[in-house]
Design a protein around this ligand. Sequence first.
Ligand code: 1Q0
Length: 215
Amino acid sequence: MTAVEEKFSLTEVLSSFKACLEKENQDVLMDYYISGWKGLVRFMNSLGAIFSFVSKDAVSKIQIMEAFRKSSSGDQYRSLQSMVAYELKAKLVDLNKRAEHSNSGCRTILRLHRALRWLQLFLEKLRTSTENSKTSVLCTEAYNDSLANYHPWIIRKTAMVSFYALPARNTFFEVMNVGSIEDVVTMLGEAMPYVSQVYDITQQLYAQHNLLDLP
Ligand code: 1Q0
């Protein structure tokens, strides 16, 4: 294991979501948002190959956003707010049906945004869980209350089956690399409000521009 991998903990990943929020105007900064997701994908990969169908999709969405950031219009993608303003003004978003702008930044971030809601629900359940709680049940409940509403039957089915392969609660806490269970509970209690804030601001931004149902 390299020094960098050894240091890697969920605390650092969640701190990206804190760093996302620009102090003055509460803009959600894209680079930190992306780096938060990259960290989450690393955690998911460490849980085993069974989740590769999930991580592949997350990675492809991260790559779409990185490409926008590196493109000649990269500055327009500095924050979620500037991206929405730019793509809408330049008519770069397919609003009703996927067509020539099938992978716009707006629709790509919307998918990650919906997944962030799952993460929020799941980590909150984990934080308040007890020794006997089953991670597959916590994960299924969080999924049914969030992402499942946007997934077709076949994906829902595959997701549900894969949740049975989730490691036990203790393993989850260990993989987070934060410390004792008490440390994890404290860390989540401190970090999750920032994730919620990023979620709420994004939700409001998308609602304001009628972007919550982008195809
Ligand atoms: C921890 C177990 C992970 C469980 C993840 C639950 C979500 C299941 C989602 C199933 C997604 C299936 C793949 C394809 C979906 C796409 O069709 C869909 C829509 O996109 P599109 O382009 O077809 O319109 N994509 C999505 O909905 C985006 C899904 C991204 C999910 C990313 C989830 C990443 C989560 C990582 C968290 C790691 C664990 C955190 C806890 C750490 C504790 C050690």
